[in-house]
Structure formats: C-alpha cells, structure tokens
Design a protein around this ligand. Sequence first.
Ligand code: PEP
Length: 250
Amino acid sequence: MRRPMVAGNWKMNGIQAEAAALVSRIEQGLGEVRRAELVVCPPFVLIPVVAEWLSGSRIAWGAQNLSAHKSGAYTGEISGTMLRDFGCSHVIVGHSERRALYAESDMAVAEKFRAAQNVGLVPILCVGETLAEREANETEVVVARQLDAVVGMAGIAAMDNAVIAYEPVWAIGTGKTATPEQAQSVHAFIRARLAQLNATVAERLRILYGGSVKAANAQQLFRQSDIDGGLIGGASLDAQEFLAICRAAG
Ligand code: PEP
C-alpha cells in the first residue's frame, strides 16, 4: 500500500519569524497525523530557519525549484547540491507557476528533475492542464506530453524515487477544486500511462493532487484510489488547516 504524503508549497511567502512560528505550530499538532509523510517547501532563504526548527522532526523539508546546473556562472540560481547541504530531501519541479511565469519548457523541467535525482533529492514533478486545454478536451494530451518529457530523459525507473503532483492550473489558488472524480480520472490516466512502461513502478508511485485543497475537501479527494495525498499551496500557510489536511491523508 502506498504511504500517503502531504507537501506544503509556501510559494513566495513569509519571513524568518513567520516561518519559525508556522513550523513550530505544525510540529505541535503532529500527534494526530498517523502515517502520512510530510514535507514543507519554503522559499530558499527560509530553508535554514525551517531546517533548524525541524531537525529531528518527522517533517521533512524541500525547495520549490532548483537549477538544472551543478555549479558555475548562473547568477541568481540555486543548485541541488546547495539544497542537500541545507538538509532538503525534496524539491518541486515543473510547478505551473514556473512553467507559465518563467517559461520553463517540458525539457527544462526534465533537466531539473534529473539534476535533482543526481544529488539524491526526490523531485515532486508537477503536471497539469490549463482551463483552455481542459475545455478543448486536451487534458490527457498535455499531461502525457509533460510526463513523457521527463520519463524520456530520466527513464521509467527514475519514477521510483519521485513523486508526481497532478495540479490542474485552473484549480491552483483559485478556490476551484477539481471534483474528486475529475482528479481521480487524471490520476488513473497517469498511472496507466506509466504502467505501460513498468507496472510495478507505476503501482508504487505516489500521485498527489494539488489545487485549492483545504480541510473541507481533502478527505473526499484523498479517498480516491489513485490519489495518494496532496500538494498544498495557500492552505499550507495556516498550521491548523494544514494539519487537518495531513490528518485527512491518514
Ligand atoms: C500549489 O501552489 O501547488 C497549489 C496547489 O496551490 P493552492 O493549494 O493554493 O491552490
């Protein structure tokens, strides 16, 4: 049975004191979360604070992005090795905001995925369609293209050390959640597509749902057979809300 997972994407929010307060509140309420694997992904500069507060905790931490390069003349970039140096275990790659606002192509995302795994980080690979793509019935075509770029470059075995997050772009930060049935249908599609390459890897792979998940809708979503937890944006900034979502994951 796949272990549920909940990851928090703080996006570009918080300063040191807020980050410390947030993780300490989450940490205090953890007792009621049974099995779920938990990860928080703060902005880069808050990683040291979070690492200090969470050292020895069952909550892991990660980043929201990384460079595809190892080191060198890439002003403003952060490498996977640097993230490992600060205790990160995970990194989000291909978030729709990176794809849309920073023009990250499927290939660039695949390169970041590989760079993450090369230094032992677990990539949380985001895929998902825009509203226009959904309305044009292109959801599966888009998700397949995004997946295939990564699997084509990294190989199907790489999915054993990765997590996928299906995040319909129209549901992120909009308050419009995909229905459990809509989400389940895409999650099942992702698993089936990967199963064509390796059924065992596909069965083991955690596929998280992201897009306006809250305490109020988490349980319904997580009850679906191919939804293994959530990637949580806005609601991960509120300790009680985040904890309630973690409890819903199991
Ligand atoms: C996200 O940023 O990945 C996300 C899912 O955001 P939200 O939960 O706010 O929709």
